[in-house]
Write a protein that binds this ligand. Structure first.
Ligand SMILES: Cc1ncc(COP(=O)(O)O)c(C=O)c1O
Length: 381
């Protein structure tokens, strides 16, 4: 086992946290958590936040205590990790096709309330066979492609697939038809609110067509589940979605903050930071100890928090800071200074770390309240 710095302990000053570190501002996170819970309550929709984002049982528990019906994950191993840590209502909002992995899904369905998505007849058959081998039962959502062009059957095929699921219903089979999975990932980051609303409305039209296809097959569609941080307000207003799967609202990365907010939707604050420290200084630049092994850069570079500085990629372990256009050279931090970074994309950033350091009372003068393991870190299969 590698030798590492001692873990922070509750009560430690934020300043003492070793760098780089993944830090959660608990005041901001809990405001975000409550705002989304209140939104779902007021709109009369269920909330099942996506735990692919935080990968943490402690955070899932906080979300469920605030009214979430359970959590979503994308991967079998994520579901197993969170179940092992005590989360008992999990939806794998994704397709699983490998029989060996489906055996694990079916086994897990004996221990927790489990649901999964399918988008093919072959997928239904394989799932039904695994569940029969395990003697378990699982809720099944038929995924339809509502605009992303990723997974999902065409809307017109939803009825046929639902029929296939129903043909494996209890007591003979173990598949319980639960409704539709309808998630338009590409719509989430459309910057303009009007353009994003148009994409969400297009997704709603396709989801309605899928509902009609299921109705025409003589099957009741209990629920449409989907939505992300970019479109949840439009999706809830559409009357189509009965369950929201947003995940990133909780931490609010730089990429989402670059979206124009939807009118009337709750606003979310940045709650996830990488704490970094200046390790080298030049005349016109400073170097911090957090590179892209500390934060993901697929959605762009981090924003430097509350300082007029731009972050440039310095490689795996370094970030290069320069004064923003118009800022004075004096804006550069000194050797040893702490610099807070807002990651470009929270999900893959979290996946780089073993733990969160959760702090209360702000990033400047706060104290450590908890250290949470990221149980599903590395669970990508
Ligand atoms: C199926 C599904 N649902 C919900 C989400 C949550 O989206 P976000 O984290 O953007 O709120 C995602 C994210 O990729 C997803 O893939």
């Amino acid at each position: 086992m590698a030798v590492t710095a001692p873990l922070p302990r509750p009560g430690d000053a934020v300043e003492s946290i070793d760098t780089p570190a993944l830090v959660v501002d608990l005041d901001a996170m809990q405001a975000n958590l409550q705002a989304m819970a209140a939104f779902a309550r007021e709109r009369g929709v269920r909330l099942r936040p996506h735990a692919k984002m935080h990968k943490s049982a402690a955070i899932a528990r906080l979300q469920m205590a605030a009214g979430a019906v359970g959590v979503c994950v994308q991967k079998t191993s994520e579901a197993e990790a969170l179940a092992a840590a005590g989360i008992d209502d999990i939806y794998i909002s994704n397709e699983v096709i490998d029989p060996a992995k489906l055996d694990r899904v079916a086994a897990l369905a004996r221990r927790v309330r489990l649901a999964i998505a399918v988008d093919s007849s072959e997928g239904v058959e394989r799932l039904a066979a695994a569940v029969a081998r395990a003697g378990s039962a699982i809720a099944v959502f038929v995924e339809v492609d509502v605009g992303h062009g990723r997974c999902g059957a065409p809307a017109a095929a939803a009825g046929q697939l639902a029929q296939h699921v129903v043909s494996h219903a209890p007591p003979e089979g173990g598949l319980v038809f639960a409704g539709l999975q309808a998630y338009h990932g590409a719509a989430q980051h459309v910057r303009g609110a009007a353009e994003r609303e148009a994409a969400a409305q297009h997704a709603a039209a396709l989801a309605r067509a899928a509902q009609a296809s299921i109705g025409a097959a003589g099957i009741a569609c209990p629920l449409v589940t989907g939505a992300g941080t970019g479109t949840f307000a439009f999706d809830a207003a559409s009357g189509v979605w009965g369950e929201l799967q947003a995940g990133s609202y909780l931490f609010m990365d730089r990429d989402y903050a670059d979206n124009a907010p939807a009118p009337g939707a709750p606003r979310f604050a940045h709650a996830l930071f990488v704490k970094s420290r200046v390790m080298s200084r030049g005349v016109a630049h400073a170097v911090v100890d957090a590179g892209h092994k500390s934060h993901a850069i697929d959605a762009g570079l981090p924003r430097v928090w509350l300082r007029p500085l731009d972050y440039a990629n310095g490689g795996d372990e370094h970030g290069i800071l320069r004064p923003r256009a118009g800022a004075l050279a004096g804006a550069l931090p000194a050797l040893g200074d702490t610099v807070w970074l807002v990651p470009g994309h929270c999900d893959p950033t979290v996946n780089l770390h073993d733990r969160y350091v959760a702090v209360r009372g702000g990033l400047e003068r706060g104290v450590v309240e908890a250290v949470w393991p990221i149980e599903a870190r590395g669970c990508v299969s």
